[in-house]
Design a protein around this ligand. Structure first.
Ligand code: GDP
Length: 339
C-alpha cells in the first residue's frame, strides 16, 4: 500500500483518545492533530454553503472529528515514533452515519467512519447468528449510494455444510439472488479455511471496509486471513447467537501484500441518511432499469399505483420479491435514521 504514497503522506489507521496512528513509510507514528484542523468556522449567513461568506467566529469543534480512519494526511514527524498531522487531503469518499444526539433538542451530526474506501464487504454468518438479508440489502444500497463496489462475504460456512461439504440449499438460493444482480458472494469459514484464498485475493491492494454486526465472525476472518494480527475473538452467547462488542472503534489492518481492511464497530447503516430526496430504487441495481418507467413516472412510490414498472418486474421474476420487500421497508422505515 505504501508504494503509491509520497514521503510525507500517510494513512490514518487508528484513532484512540485524540491520538491518531498514521502509517507512513512502513512505520506507525502516533500523531496529534494541529489545532487549526479542529476549528469550525462560524459564518454570518445561516447557510454555510451560500456564495459569499464572512467568517463571524471560529470555534473549536468538540463533536466532529475531522479525521477518520483511511484519511490521507500530511505529517510533520517529531521523532521516529510520533508526529503531528498538519493537513488532511481531500477525501475520495466517506462512509458516515448519524450519531446519537447529545441533547434532545440538538441536531444529529455526521460521524465519518472511514474515508477513501475502495469496496464495502458486508459480512454475515451462515448461522449463529442466521443471516439477515434485509440488513444486507441496507448495506448494499448504502454502498450503491456511495458508488462503491460491494463484495458479500458469508462466513462460518462449516456450520451449514453436510458431511460431503454441501451447503444447505436455502443459503445457495439466497446467494444466487445476489450473484444474479451482480454482487460477488464468497462462502468462507475461518474454522475450516474454506474460501480464504479467494477472499484474500479479492481484498489484495484494496481498502475494504468490513461491515457486520458483532458476533458474525469478522475478527476470526481477519485473524485467519493474516495470522499474526492477534485480534481478540468474542464468544457468542449460545442462546442468543449474539456476540459481545469487541471492536469499539474503527481500525485499519494492513495486509501483507498491500491493501488494508477497515473493521468497524457494529455499523447498522451508513451513507444513506443524507439521501432522502433520491429514489431509493436507483440503489437497487436490478430495479434501476425500471426507475422512471412507471405510469406515474418519477412520482410513483412503487407501492399500489397502477402501471408500476417495478411491481411488474417483481411479478415477472426479474426482481426478487424479497429484495422488493427490503426496498419498501427501507423506504418506510426512514432509511436516513440510525435506529
Ligand atoms: P466478530 O464479532 O464479528 O468479530 O466475530 P468473532 O470473530 O469474534 O466471532 C464470533 C464467534 O463466532 C466466536 O465464538 C468464534 O469462535 C465464532 N466463529 C467465528 N468464525 C467462525 C467459523 O468460521 N466457524 C465457526 N463454527 N465459528 C466461528
Amino acid at each position: 500500500m505504501s508504494t503509491d504514497i509520497p514521503d510525507d503522506l500517510g494513512v490514518v489507521i487508528k484513532k484512540t483518545n485524540g491520538i491518531y496512528t498514521v502509517y507512513l513509510n512502513g512505520h506507525n507514528l502516533d500523531c496529534t492533530l494541529a489545532t487549526r484542523l479542529r476549528k469550525e468556522f462560524v459564518y454570518e449567513a445561516d447557510n454555510p454553503h451560500a456564495g459569499r461568506q464572512v467568517v463571524k467566529a471560529v470555534k473549536t469543534s468538540s463533536h466532529v472529528d475531522p479525521v477518520a480512519v483511511g484519511e490521507r494526511v500530511q505529517v510533520r514527524p517529531a521523532d521516529g515514533r510520533s508526529g503531528m498531522i498538519v493537513s488532511i487531503l481531500p477525501r475520495r469518499n466517506r462512509l458516515a452515519r448519524r450519531t446519537a444526539v447529545p441533547m434532545p433538542s440538538a441536531h444529529p451530526f455526521e460521524q465519518v467512519i472511514a474515508a477513501n474506501v475502495d469496496q464495502v464487504v458486508p459480512v454475515f454468518a451462515a448461522a449463529q447468528p442466521p443471516p439477515k438479508w434485509n440488513l444486507l440489502d441496507r448495506y448494499l444500497a448504502s454502498a450503491e449510494s456511495l458508488d462503491l463496489p460491494a463484495l458479500v462475504c458469508i462466513t462460518k460456512l462449516d456450520l451449514v455444510q453436510d458431511e460431503g461439504g454441501q451447503v444447505e440449499p436455502e443459503l445457495q438460493a439466497a446467494a444466487g439472488v445476489y450473484r444474479k444482480i451482480g454482487y460477488p458472494v464468497l462462502f468462507t469459514s475461518a474454522a475450516s479455511g474454506e474460501g480464504l484464498a479467494e477472499l484474500r485475493q479479492a481484498l489484495q491492494g484494496q481498502i475494504s471496509v468490513l461491515v457486520g454486526k458483532s458476533g458474525v465472525g469478522k475478527t476470526s476472518l481477519l485473524n485467519a486471513l493474516q495470522p499474526g494480527l492477534g485480534l481478540r475473538v468474542s464468544a457468542v452467547n449460545p442462546s442468543t447467537g449474539k456476540g459481545k462488542h469487541t471492536t469499539s472503534y474503527a481500525e485499519m489492518y494492513l495486509l501483507d501484500g498491500g491493501g488494508g481492511i477497515i473493521d468497524t464497530p457494529g455499523v447498522r447503516e451508513f451513507g444513506l441518511w443524507d439521501l432522502d430526496t433520491e429514489d431509493l430504487a436507483a440503489f437497487f441495481p436490478e430495479m434501476r432499469p425500471y426507475v422512471g418507467k412507471c405510469r406515474f413516472g418519477l412520482d410513483c412510490q412503487h407501492d399500489e399505483e397502477p402501471g408500476c414498472a417495478i411491481r411488474k418486474a417483481v411479478m415477472a421474476g426479474q426482481v426478487s420479491p424479497h429484495r422488493y420487500q427490503s426496498y419498501m421497508r427501507l423506504k418506510a422505515e426512514g432509511y436516513f435514521y440510525d435506529h
